[in-house]
Design a protein around this ligand. Structure first.
Ligand code: ADP
Ligand code: MG
Length: 443
């Protein structure tokens, strides 16, 4: 294809053999990411400026024409520079993504597009390609586990990959609230200034699950000013919520109207084909090889949300692995019988609580159940204990059983720890509140 592209330029622009051999023939494609095509220029070749001036446009046009890459952008890179950049970028890239709070699993590449999310996906991609320029803010809404967070991370990552110097920050509204609470509690101006510096000197702000700031006056107020400051500077804002702005009761009107300034995109429940596609993508990514009928069985029976869809597949695979059994429809039926309840009423189980806490803290379920004692794990573990006791009516002994076979005094101790925290720490109060609403939105 590359040769064909070069030949087409030669013909279209009526280049002599000498011109062609000197300027175009040595060029190679280095990378293609989205619409950005990076072309490698051998370092011994002189005249990068000349190539840039004279051949950039023809290359862009011809590549777009022949490959279907929309609005192709060509950039050149000298072969000598490649080594330097790759060795440097590999390290700095990772820290940049980490600093922006991004989960490497959530990218456009791993996002399955279906009829339920087509619009939200297209809007997200458009915003990722031209941040601050078209839809501002982008407001994504939809029920739990339907891919809002996945899309937001994808946008942030895409922007960072294409504009390595831009400042991108993803936060949950809970983090935003907790940081604000801390800044206010510190009671001095520097803490507040630092908070504002952090949120107003960036190019792209993503705030996930904004519904959790509703009714918190100080947070709403601060968020309002953050929004205005970024928006008037043409910085991109991306917001997610479980409801559209018009259904967010007790949200201040001035904030609601701002949410409606840009584009509002919804994600609904996936249809059967999309559910199958998502399971197959997961199968491929995790390197499983699963019988088609099992995939169909899970896709037929788990309808409401994608987190549960993935969780069900994991559960089946883990069980088969543990029992050294083949993955069949019968096995899936047996493993999933509690989840696939006939009355479709969502029951909150300890397992569900543990999985939500794990996800919230970005740690694994096994870590919560396990014995690691660093605070990154211990606190979520105690929170899981507390939530199990508060939210479901089962004896502490059963809670302990689900949490890595701990005895009931350990559970009691964990719950007391959190109770104590709740009396002294507003951020813990906020966190527990958010988690309870996440686990049971109808509370
Ligand atoms: P939400 O933020 O809307 O509650 P998430 O973005 O956390 O939902 O999605 C829940 C899980 O489902 C995640 O593991 C995510 O990767 C997965 N998921 C959601 N939508 C898709 C999709 N379209 N393709 C692939 N995986 C998806
Ligand atoms: Mg989410």
């Amino acid at each position: 294809k590359w040769d064909e592209i070069l030949q087409t330029i030669k013909i279209d622009h009526d280049l002599s053999d000498i011109s062609f051999d000197t300027w175009l023939k040595p060029l190679k494609v280095y990378s293609v990411e989205g619409n950005i095509v990076t072309i490698l220029v051998p370092s011994e070749q002189v005249g990068l400026n000349y190539i840039n001036k004279k051949y950039k446009l023809p290359l862009q046009v011809t590549i777009s024409e022949l490959t279907g890459i929309d609005r192709c952008e060509v950039q050149f890179i000298l072969s000598d520079d490649v080594k330097k950049i790759t060795s440097k970028n590999l390290i700095s890239n990772d820290t940049r993504f980490e600093e922006a709070n991004l989960n490497p699993r959530y990218t456009f590449g791993t996002f399955v597009v279906g009829s339920n999310n087509k619009f939200a996906h297209a809007a997200s991609l458009a915003v990722a390609e031209s941040p601050g320029e078209i839809y501002n803010p982008l407001f994504i809404y939809g029920g739990v586990g339907l891919g809002k967070t996945h899309l937001m991370h994808s946008i942030a990552r895409f922007i960072l990959e294409h504009n390595p110097d831009s400042k991108v920050l993803y936060v949950t509204s809970e983090e935003f609230t907790n940081e604000l609470i801390e800044a206010i509690r510190n009671g001095n101006n520097t803490a507040m200034t630092q908070f504002r510096d952090k949120y107003r000197n960036i190019d792209v702000l993503l705030v996930d699950d904004v519904q959790f700031i509703i009714g918190k006056d100080a947070t709403q107020e601060e968020f309002f000013h953050t929004f205005n400051s970024l928006h008037s500077a043409k910085k991109q804002i991306i917001i997610s919520s479980d409801k559209p702005p018009k259904d967010m009761e007790i949200l201040e009107d001035r904030i609601r109207s701002r949410f409606e300034w840009g584009l509002i995109a919804d994600i609904s429940s996936p249809d059967y084909e999309t559910r199958v596609a998502i399971l197959k993508k997961k199968e491929e990514m995790d390197g499983y090889d699963i019988n088609e009928d099992v995939i169909k069985y899970i896709a037929t029976n788990i309808k409401s949300n994608i987190r549960e869809l993935e969780g069900s597949l994991n559960k089946v695979m883990a069980f088969a692995n543990l029992e050294k059994r083949e993955v069949t429809v019968e096995l899936a039926e047996q493993v999933l019988k509690d989840i696939i309840s006939p009355d479709q009423q969502k029951i909150i189980t300890p397992e569900y609580i543990i999985s939500m806490v794990a996800e919230h803290y970005d740690i694994t379920i096994d870590e919560i159940k396990g014995n690691k004692r660093n605070s990154k794990i211990v606190i979520p573990r105690q929170i899981a204990m507390y939530l199990c006791r508060e939210m479901i009516d089962i004896p502490l002994k059963s809670v302990g059983k689900c949490l890595g076979n701990r005895d009931h005094t350990t559970i009691m101790h964990g719950c007391e720890k959190i109770e104590h925290e709740l009396q002294t720490s507003d951020t813990m109060k906020n966190t527990i509140e958010v988690l309870m609403k996440k686990i049971n939105p109808h509370r």
